[in-house]
Design a protein around this ligand. Sequence first.
Ligand code: BGC
Length: 566
Amino acid sequence: MTEAVVTNAPALGTQRQSNVSPRLENRSPWWRGAVIYQIYPRSFFDANGDGIGDLRGILEKLDYVASLGVDAIWVSPFFRSPMKDFGYDVSDYRSVDPIFGDLSDFDALISAAHQRGLKVIIDQVLSHSSDQHAWFQESRRGQDNPYANWYVWADPKPDGTPPNNWLSIFGGSAWQWESQRQQYYLHNFLSSQPDLNYHEPAVVDRMLSELRFWLERGVDGFRLDAINFCYHDHALRDNPAKPETARRGRGFRTDNPYAWQRHVFDNTRPENLFFLERIRRLCDEYGDIATLGEITAEDPVATMLEYTRGNTRLHMAYNFELLVDEFSLDHIRDAVEDQERHGAEGWPCRAIGNHDVARVATRWANGSGYSAERVKLLNTLLLTLRGTVCTYQGEELGLTEATISREQVRDPYGIEFWPNFKGRDGCRTPMPWTGDSISAGFSTAKPWLPTPSEHRRHSIREQQSDDDSVLNAYRTFVDWRSLHPALRWGGIDFIDTPENTLAFRRFVDDEQILCVFNFQSSEAAIELDPAVQLTSLHGHGLTEGVLRPGSLTLPGYGAAFLRIAP
Ligand code: BGC
């Protein structure tokens, strides 16, 4: 047993109060403290047997999603697209790509989801379109057509080089020469993803009407992709260089020169706030709609707060602070406290995985092998922190990152940076529904990305029947969490505990719960303030510890949830 006793027992009654003073009326609206299940449609379930997942596939598996106890689904892009960035390059914002089905499939999905009490959030990629979009096809032809100003065009410098030093996240200059128009255009991602020009009022109006189209179809919210990239500096000023010590990857790679600049002119411009306010006003017309912004910015916490402050901009935002490569409890605590310190105005949304980063079971394994118990603890920790939670498909199964060979890589980001970075395909492989077929029950055809053989033993069918599985632990905990208002709506305060353990208090009205996690494989002993009356809560599904007056002993990867007497 590893004795890891706290010398200064946490004084539960006296730790710093968060700026939040939660009250039970914070329960509404629905998205506050909700669990959102992210579906990457290409890899969820293939209903038409072409090797690629589709909307009918999601519909067929909706009972499974509902069985997780989640509140909502967020469906990654399914709009018409040449799929250069797998749907994040939209060529028609109002239609469904034939790979995924059609609008009637979407309507059927939304009504089936609502019947099961699930809200539906869709992804909207507003900052850029595909170069195949009709607007860009017109815009690129010359400077005197109705769409001429819809994208960000600029003349070359006198020596023919791009207008400024801006770089693309996906590598190289952010400017691409267009020979028809004899100008450069801006692209923050692939050159086939030209940036829309939000300084053009017609673009703002049109993008709002694209949102309205989906609101009319009954969606309950939007996840707004790269939302701080909508505006650029009108004067196209150069970004300043960033000192080497300040280059850290939060959403982009540090071996990419993109990390060597301070991105003060190419994104997160002040004009964007007015656009967010218009999005909010539009959504408010439709009632209980949720907006969730994705933020990759120089100071992501400040931007998140600015974007979610008051009741006039976005409802929630998330950043990449918990999507980093290294696992560190100190980092998790710092990231949460940093946000809490800035005040309670913005409601946090948290994710430890998504379609852009390596699967958390591998990414945060800290070099050790796979441990189902550790994965359960990670899922539970995420579900216990203050905020709305996004679970990426497969996380409830504890899926590992798939190994993708150079021949198999499909992600353009991975192709560009191979072999330093092998791309995002490893977290996008098909969901394993059964343990037996080649594609693990995902499709009757060869799937668009291979199904890793090790995923078969983590399949849904295998895990359903195993009481001790990661899947059943996830279900049990989501269910149990819903019984505790403090966990869903409450404030949060951290408490100092020994290395490899993490503890915090969640509180709302008179419910106070002390949550304690042991992230080491061996037992940990934690000294507690004997003056505080604690009672173990049961039924959460994790391996429990032993509570004695003044101390708690947790088994390896165990957790305790202790009610603090009022
Ligand atoms: C999405 C990525 C996408 C990028 C460009 C993001 O932040 O999550 O998957 O490649 O936007 O649209």
